[in-house]
Design a protein around this ligand. Structure first.
Ligand code: GLA
Length: 388
């Protein structure tokens, strides 16, 4: 991998003098969806697939970017003196956004860079290719210029750049999972306090399988921001009758007793999902700790149903993948993962059922949707690193 990246860098930028090679993972969320901007809990893990970056400092203030995933775009040029989002800048708005965010926070970047990226996460699949690029960029800046920031800060800076530079009001889950990733562990994170603990993913004789719907989506033009404001409105309505800071402060019973304060049926459903999903996530982590994988799987299934019926972020592609998965013997749980509206599902599948899972779900999906899904058996991996 490293040799191929270096060869490509030399090809694009002339030589490899002064380069370093970096990696940041993608992430998959096991449970706790659309809870991270509602003060709830999430339970994601970093993956072993992600984004590779080859970078070097320049003597001037120019920024030159090249992505092996978008070779048709060629080298996209910019400058530290022009850190603004432009439509034509395409994917480079993510690394540029992080550079802008460092400068906003008083960390001035002294010189330009040449940066080549290659991602083996399918783009726009809901496995956080963009957050991976953000954390990777922050990691490179810290490595090159010695900024005094922790991995947790890299996550917060990545989120800040996505919110303020790229206009997506995402929560902290993706960047946090990526920056803090640990092999074979998922991260149980309270998004209200950023308190977290690692929990080993011990699935006995089963594995995590991701199914990618291949329906493309961009968070910016999806209904993501709309869901977020629906929840904010519902919270404001509830705050007139109960003393809470976030929807994550409510248990199911208190929600049910006060839900009539929310004056629209749609907002009631959105808030219900946020409250119940948060409680499900807490229970799921307890179940995993007790090695009750069956209960963990049932909670994943319930999560999907709530995202489908109350939060309404699934769509025919994700519903087909999940509903077909539920039919396969040896599937312990299956749900959509990430923002929704396309993207991926995550399933826990017994080892000896994986082959038939991929075949059956794949066939049914293609017959109904008209194009194929892709399947990946994945493992939880480490956070960002320098490749030796
Ligand atoms: C996207 C966002 C996250 C989170 C999920 C939904 O991945 O970036 O912050 O809100 O959607 O759980």
């Amino acid at each position: 991998m490293k040799e191929q990246l270096l060869a490509k860098f030399a090809d694009v930028f002339g030589d490899t003098n002064g380069v370093k090679v970096f990696f940041a993972p993608g992430r998959v969320n096991l449970i706790g969806e659309h809870t991270d901007y509602n003060g709830g809990h999430v339970f994601p893990c970093a993956l072993t697939i992600g984004t590779y970056g080859v970078a070097r400092k320049r003597e001037d203030r120019a920024l030159r970017f090249y992505s092996m995933n978008f070779e048709n775009l060629g080298v996209l040029e910019s400058s530290l003196d022009d850190l603004k989002p432009y439509k034509e800048a395409d994917w480079t708005n993510y690394p540029k956004g992080v550079m802008w965010a460092f400068e906003e926070k008083g960390m001035k970047i002294p010189c330009g860079m040449d940066i080549l990226l290659f991602g083996n996460i399918p783009n726009g699949s809901g496995l956080s290719s963009s957050a991976s690029v953000e954390v990777l960029t922050g990691f490179i800046l810290r490595d090159f210029f010695g900024f005094d920031v922790t991995n947790q800060d890299l996550a917060l800076i990545g989120q800040f750049s996505e919110n303020k530079f790229n206009g997506v009001n995402c929560g902290i889950m993706d960047q946090f999972a990526i920056a803090m990733g640990k092999k074979d562990q998922a991260i149980f994170l309270d998004t209200a306090t950023l308190q977290f603990e690692y929990a080993p993913i011990k699935l006995q004789n089963a594995k995590l399988v991701i199914a990618c719907s291949n329906k493309k989506r961009g968070l910016g033009d999806s209904k993501y921001n709309e869901r977020r404001s629906e929840c904010e409105e519902a919270l404001a309505e509830l705050q007139k009758v109960v003393k809470i800071e976030t929807l994550g402060d409510l248990d199911e019973a208190t929600f049910e007793a006060n839900k009539d304060a929310i004056k629209s049926e749609v907002r009631q459903k959105r808030a219900k999902h946020a409250v119940y999903e948060n409680q499900r996530t807490i229970h799921a982590v307890e179940a995993l700790k007790k090695q009750d994988i069956k209960l963990f799987g049932e909670l994943m299934n319930a999560s999907h149903i709530s995202l489908r019926d109350d939060y309404e972020v699934t769509g025919i592609e994700l519903d087909t993948l999940v509903e077909e998965a539920w039919k396969v013997k040896g599937v312990i749980g299956s749900r959509m993962t990430g923002a929704g509206f396309g993207g991926c599902t995550v399933s826990i599948v017994e080892d000896d059922a994986i082959e038939s899972f991929i075949e059956q779900v794949g066939k049914a999906y293609e017959a109904k949707i008209g194009y194929a899904a892709d399947f990946y058996v994945v493992e939880a991996g480490e956070g960002p690193c320098v490749l030796a």
